[in-house]
Design a binder for this molecule. Structure first.
Ligand code: HEM
Length: 467
């Protein structure tokens, strides 16, 4: 018996001793030589990982249970990729801003092909900076100011067409936001091409989330064909503009600027990309606002009073009834409703980045090629950042949120360049909706769809009528 213990001791003792020595040595080695552990977490099933757990329920439940178990940085496996999820505001800032050079934007190859490989989202460095300058030029407040009258016409036209009927809010808002996107990209020229662009874009959309099998008959194939059609229409608009030799202040004008030297293909990829970025996101935000206003009569009342005061003061001073930029600055309460809607609904639950090299991050190692996901939704719904986070309460924005806790438009070099336009088109539509119409929700009102954007169930059917 003794000899068995002696043998075990002789084998185990050196192993234990060398492990302790190695650990101690590693602690004192410079960080470059040290191998940090992977973040804690579980990887789920081979290949499928935990995709189903994330996408089959409210993502808040998935995030909150992981954070409780593993802390604010944890590993998982979704959509066929190993990932690290980041749920603290400070760490999200590191990924998106401070150390953004270590984390590049990443999308599945099929999505890149469909939207166009040269589109702004897929790039970093000099090419990205150049595109971003051009996009920001077209969407900065100075430029957005000029399109307010046209946005207003679109809002009035949309509301009239919904009057008296039962509508699917999200579907109708998509038409409105699509038309506003075309306006800001192609100016008034967009109207001539609206129907053709719409038809192609809808075919592209149908195949966007399909299996990427490019064979005749598949949704993916139809979407790729629709994409080519879109590029052709855009090429025609570009050719027409070259002949006209006018100066245009819309997005296409910004991209066609003489000095920019972009190819027609680069321009088309970016125009399609911007429509994609602008339409469903803003339509989703509008759908949530309609829901929250219907559910919170006192907030709706306050918004209506704020908007009616603007109409009244314009009448009294003999001003034109059209909304001006200055009017939109007199809507602080409505603006807080937009902020709170964006927080609660967190339309983009998270974004994707990829580690460009092995990265040491907050005491963990993130291997090169792993996806890194800052969790906007979790940050917006954490009681550490917002008291009673599930409650819709626009007054919380009377005080600025803590740094890096409010990121509906992202953060850093890839943050949303269209945010001013998005807020403007929402304000204009809410102005006319609250002052002239009433609406009620039809059907179940509690369900939420999450793929890919958070949306009220069935797109929120409502009945809307003139007051
Ligand atoms: C409420 C509506 C909107 C929301 C919530 C939203 C949200 C976002 C977010 C979170 C990002 C950053 C993604 C990332 O870092 O990976 C982004 C990027 C972007 N958004 Fe928006 N967006 C909205 C409306 C718009 C509009 C109206 C436009 C254009 C007219 C637009 C154009 C873009 C573009 C071009 C990018 C990519 C920027 C880059 O990669 O540098 N978005 N958006």
């Amino acid at each position: 018996m003794d000899s068995i213990f002696t043998t075990i001791f002789c084998i185990l003792f050196p192993i234990i001793l060398s492990t302790i020595l190695l650990k101690t040595l590693l602690k004192f080695l410079p960080s470059g030589y040290r191998k940090l552990p992977l973040p804690p977490g579980t990887m789920g099933w081979p290949y499928i990982g935990e995709t189903f757990q994330l996408y089959s329920q409210n993502p808040n439940v998935f995030f909150a249970s992981k954070v409780k178990k593993f802390g604010s940085i944890f590993k998982t496996h979704i959509l066929g990729c190993p990932c690290v999820m980041i749920s603290s505001p400070a760490a999200a800032k590191l990924v998106l801003v401070t150390k953004s050079e270590l984390f590049k934007p990443t999308f599945p190859a099929s999505k890149e092909r469909m939207l166009g490989k040269q589109a702004i989202f897929f790039h970093d460095g000099a090419y990205h900076a150049k595109l971003r300058k051009l996009v920001l030029r077209a969407f900065m407040p100075e430029s957005v100011k000029n399109v307010i009258p046209d946005i207003e016409s679109l809002a009035i036209e949309s509301l009239k067409s919904w009057d008296g009927g039962l509508i699917n809010t999200f579907q109708e808002m998509k038409t409105y936001t699509f038309n506003v996107a075309l306006l800001s990209i192609f100016g008034k020229d967009g109207i001539h091409y609206r129907e053709d662009l719409k038809k192609c874009y809808y075919n592209l959309e149908k195949g966007y989330n399909s299996m990427p099998i490019n064979l005749p008959g598949t949704l993916f194939h139809k979407a790729m064909k629709a994409r080519q059609e879109l590029a052709k229409i855009i090429a025609n608009i570009i050719a027409f503009r070259r002949e006209m030799k006018h100066t245009y202040t819309d997005l296409l004008g910004s991209f066609m600027g003489d000095k920019e030297g972009l190819t027609d293909e680069q321009i088309a990829d970016n125009m399609i990309g911007v429509i994609f970025a602008a339409r469903d996101t803003t339509a989703s935000a509008l759908t949530w606002i309609v829901k929250y206003l219907a559910e919170n009569p006192s907030v709706l009342q306050a918004v209506t009073e704020e908007q009616e005061a603007i109409v009244r003061s314009k009448k009294e001073s003999g001003e034109e009834s059209d909304l001006s930029w200055a009017d939109t600055k007199k809507m602080p309460l409505t603006s807080r409703v937009i902020q709170e809607t964006l927080r609660v609904s967190s339309i983009l639950s998270f974004t994707f980045r990829e580690a460009v090299q092995d990265v040491e991050f907050e005491g963990y190692s993130i291997p090169k090629g792993w996806k890194v996901l800052p969790l906007f939704r979790h940050i917006h719904h954490s009681p550490e950042n917002y008291s009673e986070p599930e409650k819709f309460d626009p007054s919380r924005f009377e005080v600025s949120p803590k740094p890096n806790t409010f990121m509906p438009f992202g953060n850093g070099t890839h943050s949303c360049p269209g945010n001013e336009l998005a807020k403007m088109e929402i304000l204009v539509l809410v102005h006319h909706m609250a002052t002239k119409y009433r609406w009620c929700m039809m059907g179940p009102q509690t369900g939420i769809q999450y793929a890919p954007f958070a949306l009220p169930q069935n797109g929120l059917p409502i009945r809307l009528s003139h007051k």
